[in-house]
Design a protein around this ligand. Structure first.
Ligand SMILES: Cc1ncc(COP(=O)(O)O)c(C=O)c1O
Length: 500
């Protein structure tokens, strides 16, 4: 544990002046049990004798005597002027004592359990992720090429913002999000995604995930049906289920959802979660005719459409696909976007675009009560990054890089995949699907690959009702051509072992 040099105060340390036990002994016992119970841990610094004496109203001499005794017994180390620290080897030296080093996780007391939706393989990964384990391995998805992130430009923007922060900006700010950032996003969306969008319609969120939770909390009532693509985005499904919604699974092909199926089987649905520009995970695009039909249906049946436009900025073919929101004249589309893909997921900035001021007000209120606002400094830095043109430059560069990486992976599959793997070009996005042989179990293959350090996700994980050919999602954006080759040949060797 790194040395922590703050002057900590020890909560719960009490001295009974009426007790017959001498004050030094009481203090010694109190600190000793704080060490044994791991309230203060090896490497942590104790308050200076002067501070502790003031904190608990004893003379400094008494504190010095207690520290001396604890040092003699090996609980503390330190020297005059440097301070007293809990010994690094405290627990080894006192192994015989009842030290609660690794407290077993206690089962919940009756009545404290919380009902959670059952997590599948994909969502469980989000929950399990730990700080020190963020190693990116082929073909992890979706991970941007973080080695190409323009850190210098980002830190230049950050430096400028921190040097010029005004007092008022450090207080609570607009829950809807910082206005200049909303202006920058609105301009970007109008040009690049053909959205009909003004800054007043935007709510800045903590990624798409918060946008989905806000939508679910405001627009989904318990027992109401919602359409969800099958296969589709699991996190969206879980957000609406958690709000009490009932999922209605809609099959998908290269043109997006089977709209007739949805209208015939689930005419009462109140909301549809869709990825029209680049269906997740299969990659199809809704035709213009389908978009018109969908908007007409939503208007007639008072259904909300949530358009998740998560990665279509990475469009590799010449023709950009306009957003569904830009075609909506009925105020039925709620658009969500994210900076997780173009910049980095840890930034946690996404946004909602609402179709009218009434809804904007409702979402602003929900956002204010959810977490007051996004961090102001991150919003200002991002705004500066966009305003200075770094965002557009980075996006252009990544489009070229990602296209090359996708082409390279497809070429490897085409040349060497033989009977074992086949894949098709994706016009946008950050992953391809490598289809396996008909009789294979993609989840079992993904688990075997995982053991060998190859990270893929089985296509079948994303479907709930309909069956699709077995396949693996392969992310390619974060990997050099050499990484892709190494990963690919390892993957191929394992597939060959499975199918000698
Ligand atoms: C379909 C889809 N939408 C949105 C997101 C982005 O989520 P967030 O903005 O919460 O990082 C992802 C990320 O994996 C995704 O796969």
């Amino acid at each position: 544990m790194p040395k922590i040099s703050h002057d900590i105060s020890i909560a719960g340390l009490t001295i009974d002046r009426k007790s017959k036990i001498p004050l030094t002994k009481q203090l010694y016992e109190g600190i000793r049990s704080a060490i044994i119970n791991r309230q203060i841990r090896p490497g942590q610094r104790l308050p200076s004798s002067r501070t502790l004496a003031e904190d608990i109203g004893l003379s400094r001499n008494i504190v010095l005597l207690a520290y001396e005794q604890l040092t003699l017994e090996g609980y503390l180390t330190g020297s005059v002027g440097k301070g007293s620290f809990v010994s690094e080897d405290t627990y080894d030296s006192f192994a015989g004592q009842a030290i609660q080093q690794n407290k077993p996780v206690a089962p919940p007391d009756p009545g404290t359990e919380v009902q959670l939706p059952k997590l599948d393989q994909v969502s469980a990964v989000y929950v399990k992720r730990e700080t020190s384990k963020a190693i990116v391995k082929p073909f992890q998805n979706p991970v941007p090429a973080l080695d190409h992130f323009p850190f210098q430009s980002w830190s230049k923007c950050a430096g400028k913002i921190f040097r010029s922060l005004e007092f008022l900006q450090l207080s609570y700010d607009d829950a809807q999000g910082c206005y200049p950032l909303r202006e920058a996003i609105a301009a970007h969306l109008r040009i690049n995604r053909a959205l009909s969008c003004e800054p007043e319609q935007i709510i800045i969120t903590n990624g798409t995930q918060q946008a989905l939770n806000l939508i679910a909390s405001l627009l989904m009532q318990k027992g109401e049906q919602f359409w969800i693509e099958d296969p589709g985005y699991i996190n969206a499904k879980l957000a609406f289920i958690q709000a009490g919604g009932i999922p209605c699974y809609i099959p998908v092909d290269v043109n997006g959802i089977d709209l007739d199926h949805a209208c015939i089987h689930y005419p009462k649905a109140k909301l549809a979660f869709l990825t029209p520009s680049h269906q997740f995970p299969l990659g199809g695009t809704f035709s213009i005719a389908k978009r018109m039909q969908l908007l007409e249906w939503a208007s007639k049946n008072k259904m909300w459409i949530v358009e998740d436009d998560y990665d279509s900025e990475f469009r590799y073919s010449a023709k950009p696909v306009p957003s569904l929101q830009g075609m909506d004249h009925y105020q039925r589309v709620i658009y969500t976007g994210t900076f997780s893909k173009v910049l980095f997921p840890g930034l946690r900035i996404g946004y909602l675009v609402l179709p009218n001021p009434h809804l904007t007000q409702a979402f602003k209120q929900a956002k204010a009560f959810a977490d007051r606002q996004n961090a102001i400094t991150d919003q200002l830095i991002l705004n500066e990054f966009i305003k200075e043109g770094y965002y557009a430059t980075h996006l252009r560069k990544m489009r070229v890089l990602y296209k090359k990486r996708q082409d390279h992976l497809l070429e490897l599959i085409r040349k060497h995949g033989g009977e074992l793997l086949r894949a098709e070009k994706q016009g946008s996005g950050m992953h391809i699907i490598a289809y396996l042989q008909e009789n294979q179990d993609d989840q079992q293959i993904a688990a075997i690959l995982d053991q060998a350090g190859i990270i893929t996700t089985a296509l079948s994980v994303y479907s709930s009702k309909f069956k699709y050919p077995p396949g693996l999602l392969l992310g390619y954006t974060a990997f050099t051509e050499k990484d892709l080759e190494t990963g690919f040949f390892k993957l191929l060797a394992i597939l060959k072992e499975q199918h000698p």
